[in-house]
Design a protein around this ligand. Structure first.
Ligand SMILES: *Cc1c(COP(=O)(O)O)cnc(C)c1O
Length: 323
């Protein structure tokens, strides 16, 4: 069940990237604008939150708790969804409280969220402690996992897969490859699940954002676990395995959130050629990975390439000193 209120809005636009694709006349390049959504400057987490917050409301909860990096887009979108339901929101951010709260932290404050800073590895425990304290005060907290990436949240992207299949039909697109930034996994897992359920000829290629050599297939196992939860929620039995997912590790040698020349070039290119603003952590890195594959001729003209813009642009302001 999803929330009666839409935080995402949508369907989001599917736009052609004509100027960027000019050097590749054989290829069709598109962008799906999930950054353009309703609440709190938008992004992919709002699609998941429509299901997660519905679950919280069903359970009679009055406070949302979640966690992330200091510039977490997920936390900012959770704070925005909370305001739309009159819920309180408590955020646990891994890192130090900055001297100048900017980017997403500025927005978290404006949206009225309470923030606790802690060490990165203590975020899970801290969420539990905050929940216990609230319960002692007679409140009913609801903990949303980092990135909103469980089966409940991933339903938002199962639904997005249906939206894309409709848009592909309208645009006479038969075969497509979706390229997206993949991090906590709910977006990637939900899309893969959604396209398989519809038996649509669409490949989902996740560009891994976190530092990871990919050798252990542990991220693919996380994606399969989210899909196992989707099986139990939907009552279907797709039984996706780790090997069913396409994860590209070409951008995952740098630490999460470290801005390099590749990300900056991708951000500048899209800004100057298409008027589209990417973000420094996720979409900048993922688009850099897409450009590398485009330039080396690894995509073929029989499939349309669709970049999923998952949002995150408010974080740009926190990286102002690096541009
Ligand atoms: C969270 C986030 C992602 C990654 O989505 P997951 O579902 O966590 O894999 C990608 N882009 C942006 C801008 C995000 O905030």
């Amino acid at each position: 069940m999803m929330s009666p209120r839409s935080y995402f809005g949508g369907p989001s636009p599917l736009q052609k990237l004509d100027r960027i694709s000019a050097p590749f006349p054989d290829l069709n390049l598109w962008i799906k604008r999930d950054d353009l959504s309703l609440a709190g400057l938008g992004g992919n987490k709002l699609r998941k939150l429509e299901y997660l917050v519905a679950d919280a409301l069903n359970k009679g909860c009055d406070t949302l708790i979640t966690a992330g990096a200091p510039q977490s887009n997920h936390c900012r979108q959770t704070a925005a969804a909370a305001t739309m339901e009159g819920l309180d929101c408590h955020l646990v951010l891994g890192g130090e409280s900055p001297a100048l709260p900017t980017g997403n932290i500025l927005l978290d404050n404006l949206l009225g969220a309470q923030i606790t800073f802690t060490e990165k590895h203590l975020r899970g425990d801290t969420m539990q402690n905050v929940a216990a304290e609230l319960e002692n005060q007679g409140r009913k907290p609801y903990i949303i996992p980092i990135g909103g990436s469980n089966g409940i949240g991933a339903q938002g992207y199962v639904r997005a897969a249906e939206e894309l299949v409709t848009q592909f039909g309208e645009n006479h697109i038969q075969k497509a490859r979706i390229i997206l930034a993949s991090s906590s996994g709910g977006t990637h897992a939900g899309l893969e699940y959604g396209f398989r359920r519809l038996k649509a000829p669409i490949t989902v290629e996740g560009i891994r954002i976190d530092k990871d050599d990919g050798r252990s297939l542990s991220y693919e196992s996380d994606l399969a676990n989210i899909c196992r939860e989707l099986d139990s929620i939907t009552g279907r039995s797709l039984q996706l395995q780790a090997t069913d997912f396409t994860v590209n590790y070409s951008c995952s040698s740098r630490d999460y959130g470290q801005l390099g020349a590749e990300e900056k070039d991708a951000i500048s290119l899209l800004a100057r050629e298409e008027g589209v603003l990417l973000d420094p952590v996720y979409t900048g890195r993922a688009f850099a990975g897409l450009l590398t594959k485009l330039k080396s001729g690894q995509y073929t003209k029989d499939e349309h390439i669709v970049f999923l813009h998952t949002g995150g642009t408010p974080a740009l302001f926190a990286y102002a000193d690096q541009f």
